[in-house]
Design a protein around this ligand. Structure first.
Ligand code: DAH
Length: 344
């Protein structure tokens, strides 16, 4: 009996040793220690043993059972540890791995340019105004000295919504609106940035929708030299101290006299190159002294008040400042273009 127990122990321990997973181990446990296992059988048969043999065999059976249980437990722990290690390995987070960079958005180049222009004019005491994009014929044309059938309306091909409503062709109607709001007895010093629309075919320099910034200063004794001073300040602050400006005579129905402003070419500094088409100058904006009829229509007495106005295109300004060669880049939302101008 004792030999049998010793043999069982050896056998069980070998099997435990050989078990290569928890399932195999459980099979060994059931096989040796289970209700129908050989050790239980020995213990059950104890009654048949003699009084001297009984305690000896009993004790041995218990030791064998304890040894097998212990070996089972030890091996089980090994498997559990292995499983845990596997799991930890599988779920491990490599904290040394560099994180994926988060791409930050930024303002659109046009937004940045308009904000820059706004800041500059706010610094010179101008307020920022807005007006509707669907405008009446009256404000878009008539109040600006462009009566119905005036040939100068041809300068701005328009999208009409009805006979009397159109997509504004410029931001100049906001001049008339603001003067109207100020009722002819207060100075006006405003700029108005916004979208404008023209029936143009899109190409590298034309777009059916683009942006303008309008400027207007009406007060007593406003002179042409004030216009020149403000525009000179704008040009130098925006494009660089070394840039010169010049005013050329031009025509706009709402200003008299009218001018166009050029800045000296930054590439050749006035000598002439392909960027400035050999002229040394680049056209930036239009402006002039507000026509007396425009003042009158808005309720300002031209004998008391005078003013200057100007209008510029931020796309054109951005194109010159950053060397953008196609106006369509502003509207087609190609991140490769836009992201170049995001400031960190
Ligand atoms: N409204 C003009 C245009 O769209 C630009 C302009 C020219 C505005 C002269 C002005 C101005 O205020 O005085 O072509």
């Amino acid at each position: 009996m004792q030999d049998k127990l010793q043999a069982l122990r050896e056998e069980a321990l070998t099997k435990i040793n050989e078990a290569d997973d928890l399932k195999a181990l459980e099979a060994v446990r059931v096989g040796y220690l289970g209700k129908k296992g050989p050790i239980t059988e020995v213990l059950r048969g104890m009654g048949k043993l003699s009084a001297e043999e009984r305690p000896v065999v009993g004790e041995l059976a218990n030791t064998v059972r304890a040894a097998i249980t212990e070996a089972l437990e030890a091996k089980k722990q090994v498997f559990e540890e292995e499983a845990l290690n596997e799991q930890l390995k599988a779920e491990a987070i490599d904290v040394t791995l560099p994180g994926r960079p988060v791409t930050l958005g930024g303002p659109h180049l046009l937004t940045s340019i308009v904000t820059e222009i706004e800041d500059l004019f706010i610094g010179m005491g101008f307020e920022v105004k807005e007006g509707p994009e669907v405008e009446t014929d009256y404000y878009n044309f008539e109040a600006l000295n462009l009566p119905k059938d005036h040939p100068a309306r041809d300068m701005q091909d328009s999208f009409y919504v009805t006979e009397e409503l159109l997509m504004r062709t410029h931001t100049s109607p906001v001049q008339a609106r603001t003067m109207g709001e100020y009722k002819g007895n207060k100075p006006v010093k405003m700029i108005c940035p916004g979208k404008v629309y023209r029936r143009d075919t899109d190409d590298a320099t034309h777009s059916h929708q683009f942006t303008q910034v309008e400027g207007l200063y009406v007060d007593k004794n406003v002179r042409m030299s004030d216009l020149k001073g403000v525009l000179n300040q704008f040009a130098k602050q925006f494009f660089g101290e070394e840039r010169e400006i010049r005013l050329r005579p031009s025509f706009f129905p709402f200003t008299e006299p009218s001018v166009e402003m050029d800045i000296s070419c930054k590439v050749c500094h006035g000598k002439g190159c392909s960027v400035c088409k050999q002229t040394g100058w680049i056209e930036i904006l239009g402006g002039g002294m507000v026509h007396p009829d425009v003042l009158k229509m808005a309720g300002y007495d031209p004998e008391i008040y005078s003013g200057f106005a100007f209008g510029m295109g931020p796309e054109r300004i951005a194109m010159l400042k950053y060397g953008v060669d196609d106006i369509r880049h502003f509207y087609t939302n190609d991140q490769r273009f836009l992201a170049q101008y995001h400031q960190a």
